[in-house]
Design a protein around this ligand. Structure first.
Ligand code: NAD
Ligand code: UFG
Length: 337
């Protein structure tokens, strides 16, 4: 059986990926320091799959802790989710972001190398495209970033590309996620943001359950059909499946590949709000505000490469994403405890 180490495995995308891995027959070892998640997630994974993954409460900055995991388990591949992810916060505390997302990651890669584990799937982001010159965005577009979080994603891509060039035994798949939303259909796993959410769908969910008064729509004067920002929202369960396809591809290829994971379809803020209204069965109040600094008008993926290399494409549409998000919100008013 292939054993996969999932860093950040109790987090939002990591937990859904653990479910997909177990369902696909992989042996899963989870590493997380629980900075932004909760051990109760492991019980939820067990409720869905019947299997509780082996868990290490370890920090990727802790080299001895990492060594112990590789000594106690024969790890064949790593999916690396662990990291900090808030764009605004990364501008306030850049060193903390560089330490965790760069030093922590290099520590992990070094440890993998020393234990001769040379297959990795890395969580990158569409943020590496900055403000794209056109859409859809394909992988050969120029990359550039405007904030420390984005810089940590681009730097990791560079570090891993250099590593693959230095040693042809490595296989690294850099998955550039578009906007992951939604939740597991059981309502047992989903996104639990810390404090007031920054992202659109978690914010709408709190308006829908009455915890926030109204949605602030950041600008309606963009060059888009209704003037509000357009993004490529992707169901987290589809995203999780993309990682299984990436692992299968990695088992048969060497070298580095960067691959978009999106649906190829863009929805505006108001379209998402209306889809959520359908899902929760009520009208949701909103106010048009000034544009949010740093936002772009439109962003959606060219998904050709994911289809061609991985044989993967997204199955779920925006209505299902909103229904599953709402189901999780209703069932977990206090998050995952
Ligand atoms: P998340 O915060 O829910 O999960 C990340 C997990 O990593 C958390 O459980 C946290 O406790 C853990 N972690 C953080 N630092 C750690 C450390 N030093 N050692 C061990 N564990 C640590 O985030 P997510 O939404 O699941 O994102 C997963 C990955 O995908 C991140 O790398 C993120 O940057 C990337 N990504 C996310 C999105 C998004 O919109 N959610 C978009 C693009 C890329
Ligand atoms: N929006 C609102 N009101 C809100 C929140 C968001 O109108 O309260 C709008 C934004 O202006 C944007 C759209 O909803 O037009 C999506 O915003 P999000 O904050 O949900 O997502 P972003 O596309 O800005 O950024 C996200 C992640 C980044 C990641 C990027 C690409 O937060 O980390 O997707 O993957 F880099």
């Amino acid at each position: 059986m292939t054993t996969v180490l999932v860093t950040g495995g109790t987090g939002y995308i990591g937990s859904h990926t653990c479910v997909a891995l177990i369902e696909a027959g992989y042996d899963v070892v989870v590493l997380d320091n629980l900075y932004n998640s909760n051990e109760a997630v492991l019980g939820r994974i067990e409720q869905i799959t019947g299997t509780r993954p082996k868990f290490y409460r370890t920090d990727i900055l802790d080299r001895q802790g990492l060594d112990r995991i590789f000594e106690e388990n024969k790890i064949d591949a790593v999916i690396h989710f662990a990291g900090y992810k808030a764009v605004g916060e990364s501008v306030q505390i850049p060193l903390t972001y560089y330490e965790n997302n760069i030093s922590g990651s290099v520590n992990l890669y070094q440890c993998m190398k020393d234990h001769n584990c040379k297959t990795l799937v890395f969580s990158s982001s569409a943020t590496v495209y900055g403000a794209p010159k056109s859409v859809p965005i394909s992988e050969d577009f120029e990359t550039h970033t405007t904030n420390p979080y984005g810089a940590t994603k681009l730097m990791n891509e560079q570090i891993l590309t250099d590593l693959c060039h230095s040693d042809e035994e490595w296989t690294v798949i850099l998955l550039r996620y578009f906007n992951p939303i939604g939740a597991h259909k059981s309502g047992l796993l989903g996104e639990v943001p810390n404090g007031i959410p920054n992202n659109l769908v978690p914010y709408i969910a709190r308006v829908a359950n009455g915890q926030l008064e109204f949605l602030r729509v950041w600008g309606n004067d963009y060059p888009t059909p209704d003037g509000t920002g357009v993004r490529d929202y992707i169901h987290v369960v589809d995203l999780a499946d993309g990682h299984i396809c990436a692992l299968k591809y990695a088992a048969e290829h060497k070298g580095v590949e960067m691959i978009n994971l999106g649906t190829g379809v863009g929805y505006s803020v108001l379209e998402v709000l209306h889809a959520y209204e359908k899902a929760c069965g009520k009208e949701l109040p909103y106010k048009i505000m000034e544009r949010r600094p740093g936002d772009i008008a439109t962003c959606y993926a060219d998904t050709t490469k994911a289809k061609r290399l991985l044989g993967w494409e997204a199955k779920y549409g925006i209505d299902q994403m909103c229904e599953d998000s709402w189901n999780f919100t209703v069932k977990n008013p206090d998050g995952i405890k």
